[in-house]
Design a protein around this ligand. Structure first.
Ligand SMILES: N[C@@H](CCC(=O)N[C@@H](CS)C(=O)NCC(=O)O)C(=O)O
Length: 345
């Protein structure tokens, strides 16, 4: 009884004094640390987002999120093992523990967040579903697609939105459902389908990187209709909130660093900044790392090794890449976009 009273009293004083809590070690995080690397579920191969390059190195905007989490946990962005997964395989792989997280263009939805037992930890890329067609088809709008044969991947929001859109517009279509993304692309480019539908990001990537000669980029158009909201972001299993917090705040840190002008090129200089916010973000003023259960230099390591969100965007999918995607909705909130990180404090 006496001990309980003491513990309760100590707890009361900790709260009353506003003593900062330290993150509780979670079982997923313990397993990741013991293993010495993060296992990240990615896609099969989509230029700009997740692709094993000619040197066998995984690169892309989604890959950078995996790298940022590894930089936060290990101080080393290279401590990641990548597992390529199809849209059909990804959720079982996460549920079974084959991967620690997915960073693979998965859309945040209510049922995935609840019934599937996952937690979403932010939005890497605000997207929407679109349609790509060969120009020869002479189609200018999705409303002209009645009766079309449409290539689509299974186990996706894409399949569901497609059915909803055609029903709502009183049109019919013939689905050609193919699991592997390279086979979907091949089926579309060979003319087996009139239309390829998926997230617009994937359509841009496919058009920029996968058109087989003698066909060229100019043979294909992406129709103007965007038929859904596809907020794409990292996903973890229910059960380890500390690990979820690290994934969530690693992505936020990339966005926050962009807002405060901290880049991979100037981060060493920024360590000398007098700005209290920058000092806190970079761990010069300690506390944030401890609260998250990682090194105080977690953001420094992310930005030095991976870059801020804008750098990653431009390098992988923006003007520094073959995709040349405009920032659009993925611009910072201060510049009219939707990317908004809550404060690191
Ligand atoms: N965002 C949609 C679709 C995501 C998806 O996995 N699409 C596949 C089929 S097109 C894809 O992009 N794969 C790319 C890859 O494996 O590299 C969802 O979460 O259901």
């Amino acid at each position: 009884m006496h001990n309980v009273t003491k513990a309760v009293t100590a707890g009361f004083f900790a709260i009353a004094l506003g003593v900062a809590g330290t993150a509780q070690a979670g079982k997923e995080l313990d397993a990741i640390k013991a293993r010495g690397s993060l296992i990240c579920g990615v896609g099969i191969g989509t230029a700009g987002f997740m692709l094993s390059n000619s040197q066998g190195k995984w690169v892309g905007l989604n890959v950078d999120v995996c790298r940022a989490v590894a930089a936060a946990i290990f101080g080393d962005a290279d401590k990641v093992k990548y597992v390529p997964l199809t849209s059909q395989q990804r959720f079982t792989a996460l549920q079974s523990g084959e991967v620690d997280l997915l960073s693979n263009n998965t859309t945040v939805t209510l049922t995935r967040d609840t019934a599937l037992g996952f937690d979403f930890t932010g939005v890497t890329y605000y997207d929407g579903q679109g349609f790509m067609v060969n120009k020869k088809l002479g189609v200018k709008s999705a409303k002209e697609l009645n009766g079309a044969t449409i290539c689509v991947a299974p186990g996706t929001t894409t399949e569901l939105n497609l059915a909803d859109y055609f029903r709502a517009n009183k049109m019919n279509f013939k689905p050609v459902v193919i699991e592997k993304v390279d086979e979907v692309r091949a089926a579309f480019f060979s003319g087996r389908c009139d239309v390829y539908t998926t997230d617009n990001s994937s359509l841009y990537a496919t058009r920029a990187a996968n058109v087989p000669p003698p066909l060229t980029v100019d043979d294909f158009i992406i129709l103007p209709e965007v038929i859904s909201k596809e907020p794409l972001g990292p996903v973890v299993r229910h059960g380890d909130s500390q690990f979820a917090d690290i994934v969530r705040w690693s992505l936020f840190a990339m966005v926050e660093a962009e807002e405060y002008g901290i880049t991979s090129a100037n981060v060493d200089e920024m360590m000398k900044s007098d700005n209290p916010t920058i000092k806190r973000i970079l761990g010069v003023t300690p506390g944030m790392g401890k609260a998250l259960g990682v090194d105080e230099k977690w953001v420094y390591n992310i930005i030095k090794q991976v870059g801020n969100y804008g750098e990653s965007f431009e390098r992988n999918v923006g003007m520094g890449s073959i995709l040349k995607i405009a920032r659009g909705q993925n611009e910072l909130w201060t510049k009219g976009g939707l990317q908004y990180a809550p404060p690191i404090r």
